[in-house]
Design a protein around this ligand. Sequence first.
Ligand SMILES: [Ca+2]
Ligand SMILES: [Ca+2]
Ligand SMILES: [Ca+2]
Length: 447
Amino acid sequence: MITYSIESVTEDFKMNSSGALIINRTLNYALVPSYSFTVKAQDSGGKSDTTSIQINVKDPDNWNPYFLHNLYYAFIPEEQVGFSPTIQPEAIKALPGDPGIDTTLTYSISSVTPEKYRSNFEIDSIGGNLSVVTAIDREEMDSSIISVNIKVDQVTDGRTATAQVRVEVEDVNEAPQFPPEVYKASVFSTDPFKTPVIVVKASDPDVGDEGRLEYSLVSGSPYFDVDASSGLVFVVSVVDLSGQAATVEVKVTDPKGLNATAKVEVEVLGGTSSNDMVTISLNRPANVVERNIPEMEKSLGKALGWTVDIIQVYSSTRGSPKSRTLAVKSLVNFIAVDKAEVVSYEQVVRKLQSESAAVTTELTIVFGEGVQFAVEERPKDPDSDNLALTISLGVIVPCVIILVVIFVLKRSGSFRRLVHFSKKAEDQAMKMDNVNQDRQSNRGQRQ
Ligand SMILES: [Ca+2]
Ligand SMILES: [Ca+2]
Ligand SMILES: [Ca+2]
């Protein structure tokens, strides 16, 4: 009969007499990864032999990997690309649950909330470094927080762990912007102080900034100025620029000092004086004519072959009491422009007479059948007649005082128009609202 025994004694194994090797207690790879010992077989006569046994303990890896923190924090500035934020409380790191296993961990992003920011983030699969690959616009976000859910995979057996990075997108002040085009406008050299030239309008990406943008001129000018809040560029005095082109540079500044500039090219039409202004009368009320100024300019322009710019529309009851005896009538002051040159009074009157039929046909399209026009007598030139000026001052002054005149930016182009409106203050306020709307819409007309 043969009996078996372990020669080198270990408490972890035992062998029974029939030769079965038995695990005596739980093996721990971390403590003893392998055993080697000798076993002996012996017969009843005392003869024996030995052999060596090598036992390797397997590490079963029954632990998931884990992140050192369940929740990480990151702060990123908006509008930045290729940015790797500093992660708090420390850099993202995961470890295998079983330290004895040499396994590869790979990091990935499992989901992002809100989902639309999924493509904005990337994580380095080996190092776990989180980066922003597409800029995030803070102004487009409902909340400044984005949750990036990350995952680590243990390549060998697919065991995983998850964690979250709470990303806070920080607002950065951005500069205001003008549209890229150059603003173009025209004024007459005789235009008085405060004549509107054009409205410049910048935008600012930052919430709340837009309403607090301030406009100013890049350098002071004796010719033009700009209203700080509305962006309305207006004439100071352009009489010295007659026949020239001027460039006005307007700066817009946001509440934190970032700015942008825009150029306004202003053509100052020279040689214009009241001498070039032609007055015609129409048998239509002034308010009807006012409403049809663009159409009337177009139709007159078509009949005369020039660009017509209506300067003023008023009721014929102004001035001479004699005209009050007439039926409804309005007077229209205009100039004709041919290739940026103002056409002389005489030329315009001659053409109005020679093209009378064509003018009437065109005006009929605008004002309907029965419309009639007549060329009004040329007003006296005050400069050439000082005596007349002195005598007529008593008449002129009251007329000037009761006239409330405002300027309207022409919808079809950059000339501005002077329209006569009601004397009443509330009417004026209402009309100024309209002017402001016109100014706004004028922005879309830039060349
Ligand atoms: Ca932004
Ligand atoms: Ca911003
Ligand atoms: Ca800003």
